[in-house]
Design a protein around this ligand. Structure first.
Ligand SMILES: Cc1cc2nc3c(=O)[nH]c(=O)nc-3n(C[C@H](O)[C@H](O)[C@H](O)COP(=O)(O)O)c2cc1C
Length: 194
C-alpha cells in the first residue's frame, strides 16, 4: 500500500511461480514484510498473471531505445523504474528458473535503456525441492551474472532447498526470518545511501 511518507522507498516484488501462496510467493512476501517494517512502500506482481512474451530478437530496441514488443513488460518496466529495490523470486524448474521468469529476464535486453538497472538493489529468493542447495546454482548464477552485467546490485540471494508443496516453506522459520531481515536491511541500506 502506498503511504504518505516523504522520501519513501519503493520496493517491487516479482513472483515467478504460478502458484499463489506457493513457496516463492511466501518468500517474496516475507521480504516485503521486512521492507514494510522499515517504512517502505511495496507492490507485488505475479508474472504468470501478465502477458510477457519471450524476446523475439527483432533488435527493434536498438533503433527505438526501447522494447518494441508492446505487452505487459512495458508496465513492469515502469514499475521497475519506480522502485529502488526489487525482490525477484523464482522456483527452480529443471535446474533453471521458471519459464515465466526466464521470459521476463530475456526481456531485460529490450528494456535495458528504459529501465535504470544501474541504481537498483536486488534480493533474490529461490525455493526448490532438492535438499541440496547447489541444485539452484544455475538459477542463482544466471540471475546474478545477468544483473552484474546490467550493473544492478544483488544484496541477498536466499536459496531454500527441501520445499516441494505449496506452503512447505512455512516450516523453514529460519529462512523466513532471513527473508524478512533481508527486506529490512535493504531499505535501511538504501536510506543510508549504502
Ligand atoms: C516443472 C517443474 C520443474 C521442477 N524442477 C525442479 C528441479 O529441477 N529441481 C528441484 O529441486 N525442484 C524442482 N521442482 C520443484 C519446485 O522447485 C518446488 O516445488 C518449489 O518449491 C516450487 O515453488 P512454488 O511453490 O513457488 O511454485 C520443479 C517443479 C516443477 C513444477
Amino acid at each position: 500500500m502506498p503511504s504518505n511518507k516523504t522520501n519513501s522507498v519503493r520496493v517491487l516484488g516479482i513472483v515467478g511461480s504460478p502458484r499463489k501462496r506457493g513457496n516463492t510467493d511466501i518468500l517474496v512476501d516475507e521480504v516485503l514484510a521486512g521492507a514494510r517494517e522499515e517504512g517502505a512502500d511495496f507492490e507485488k506482481i505475479y508474472l504468470s498473471k501478465l502477458s510477457i512474451a519471450p524476446c523475439r530478437a527483432c533488435e527493434g530496441c536498438k533503433k527505438a531505445g526501447k522494447c518494441v514488443n508492446d505487452d505487459d513488460m512495458q508496465l513492469v518496466a515502469e514499475k521497475m523504474n519506480q522502485s529502488a529495490i526489487w525482490v525477484l523470486g523464482t522456483p527452480v524448474y529443471f535446474w533453471g528458473p521458471s519459464g515465466w521468469f526466464k521470459a521476463f529476464m530475456d526481456r531485460w535486453y529490450g528494456v535495458r535503456k528504459q529501465v535504470n538497472f544501474e541504481d537498483r538493489s536486488v534480493i533474490v529468493v529461490v525455493p526448490l525441492e532438492d535438499t541440496n542447495a547447489a541444485t539452484a546454482r544455475h538459477t542463482v548464477g544466471m540471475i546474478k551474472d545477468a544483473l552484474d552485467y546490467l550493473k544492478s546490485k544483488i544484496l541477498t540471494s536466499l536459496v531454500v532447498p527441501g520445499v516441494l508443496n505449496r506452503g512447505d516453506v512455512n516450516s523453514h522459520e529460519q529462512k523466513l526470518a532471513q527473508a524478512r531481515q533481508a527486506g529490512r536491511d535493504a531499505v535501511a541500506n538504501h536510506r543510508r545511501g549504502a
